[in-house]
Design a protein around this ligand. Structure first.
Ligand code: C2O
Ligand code: CU
Length: 486
């Protein structure tokens, strides 16, 4: 049955809302793509790899002669790429020099809830926070971004996010293109709206957030990447706050999808399109002919149920990133037919099944409450979460701490692009998604993890809930203790 129309909320954004200038210059795609630097780290005496991230205000020249106020980590816009290997203990010293509290959430990471960087780990203005955890999951393209309660959209939109790449021996042995910035390229795709005087604005035609007129990749508008190898791997992150992209190339060439949110697929999937909603990632491998070029583009979405009345940009065609191959390309070898096997979860092990209905921008009928525990999970058990979007608008669904596998979409087996590990899934209106996951290692009855829609104005509005993981037989408190600020 078609979903019934719901209220056209939410309302006011928390950030700058000066009027949008609709007259944006046409991008010409000759600006060299900015590559976020790999973050420096030091290994301390007990073997922990320590990174430093400073949240700061800055100014960015997206277009010549115009300075735009932006926020970033260790720089004016976005942040460096953090990179660590399975089995390493890492720590990050987060310093907040902004005029307000923020947090840094490690999206996709399996880690203790106290280290997660969600709304219970806000770092006060002028404060510092030093989470530390063991990297204990397969190689993957993860990312980090702020998660302060009610202000996530603003902080991400103004520029605070970055990639967090995980490596392991199995993925290294797969022989995929892996020279960072050369044939292994981070592609953080964002849309922005500018005012007449070139400042970022969150004013919007749509109540659900910013549907920006200007596309940037890694902060570059109209970006071109020179390719010097036969194969290039793009680690594509939808770092936008609202917009979903349906990526393909302007010549409809095929490419190989080799990884999704939580790491490599069991085998490459040859396709011409990959759709990513906010927060999702895809690793794709593209073959280039010497001297040729192609444009990474976003095409109108192919949805079973579509309702664009509220302006979700589902019918837009947008140029994203131009790839230009050199006249001589270094050989790349072939993408293997089979990728590393990290095992699958087994439905026979499921201890608990829960249902999550997103309706009227509420999660199971309730808005987010920082003091309320919505779900109690027992550590080291496997669960099925059944997620349904009963709103007429799109949502997606992200779970902290775990990577899940998709068992079915409306009862049917998942398509290849949903066959791997995921932490975020696009949820079309009226559809039901069955997800399986295992909650391992970390239990704390007083510190919740989040699950929520990653359309960030929806999240800020309260389409989010909290779960704690407990030891068997343990009861969590009825309300959560006050958080201490760092
Ligand atoms: Cu990417 Cu709860 O966040
Ligand atoms: Cu939503």
């Amino acid at each position: 049955p078609a979903p019934q129309p719901g209220p056209v909320v939410p309302g006011d954004p928390q950030g700058p809302t000066d009027p949008v200038d609709p007259e944006q210059p046409e991008a010409v795609f000759d600006e060299p793509l900015a590559i976020p630097p790999l973050a420096d780290s030091v290994v301390d005496e007990d073997g922990t790899r320590v990174f430093r991230l400073t949240a700061q205000e800055g100014s960015t020249s997206f277009r010549d002669g115009v300075d735009t106020e932006t926020w970033g980590f260790n720089g004016d816009f976005l942040g460096p790429t953090l990179r660590a290997r399975r089995g390493e203990q890492v720590a990050v010293e987060v310093t907040n020099t902004l005029g307000e509290s923020t947090s840094v959430h490690w999206h996709g990471m399996h880690l203790p809830p106290e280290m997660d960087g969600g709304p219970h780990q806000e770092v006060a203005a002028g404060g510092t926070w030093r989470p530390t955890w063991l990297i204990d999951q397969p190689a993957a393209t993860l990312w980090y971004h702020p998660h302060p309660h009610g202000r996530t959209e603003k902080h991400v939109y103004l520029g605070m996010s970055g990639m967090f790449i995980l490596d392991d021996d199995e993925a290294d042995a797969a022989g995929l293109p892996s020279e960072y910035g050369v044939d292994d390229i981070p592609v953080i795709v964002q849309d922005k709206s500018f005012t007449e005087d070139g400042q970022l604005t969150m004013a919007s035609r749509v109540p659900s957030g910013v549907m920006g007129e200007t596309i940037m990749v890694n902060g570059t508008i109209g970006a071109v990447q020179e390719v010097s190898t036969e194969l290039v791997r793009l680690r594509v992150l939808n770092g936008s706050t609202l917009r979903t992209y349906n990526f393909g190339f302007d010549d409809d060439r095929t490419f190989q999808l080799v990884g999704t949110d939580g790491g490599l697929l069991a085998a490459p999937h040859t396709t011409t399109r990959i759709q990513l909603s906010p927060g999702e990632r895809a690793e794709i491998v593209v073959a280039m002919e010497a001297g040729s070029e192609t444009m990474l583009r976003s095409y109108p979405q192919q949805l079973g149920v579509i309702n664009d009345a509220q302006g979700y940009g589902a019918f837009d065609t947008l140029d994203i990133l131009r790839l230009v191959a050199a006249d001589d390309l270094a050989p790349s070898g072939a993408v293997p037919d089979v990728l590393p096997d990290y095992g699958r979860l087994d439905e026979a092990d499921v201890a608990t099944t829960r249902t999550f209905v997103m309706k009227n921008l509420r999660m199971n009928g309730q808005f987010m409450d920082m003091n309320r525990i919505d779900e109690v999970v027992t550590v080291d058990t496997t669960e099925v979460w059944v997620v349904r979007n009963e709103d007429p608008m799109p949502h997606n669904f992200h779970i902290h701490d775990v990577q899940f596998e998709v068992l079915s979409v409306d009862g049917a087996p998942p398509p290849p692009e949903l066959s791997g590990r995921k932490d975020t899934i696009y949820t079309e209106p009226g559809r039901e998604y069955r997800l399986i996951m295992r909650f391992e290692h970390y239990a704390n009855p007083e510190m919740p993890y989040m699950y929520h829609c990653h359309l960030l104005r929806h999240e800020d509005f309260g389409l989010m809930g909290q779960f704690v993981v407990v030891e068997p037989g343990t009861e969590p408190p009825t309300t959560l203790p006050e958080d201490g600020h760092h």
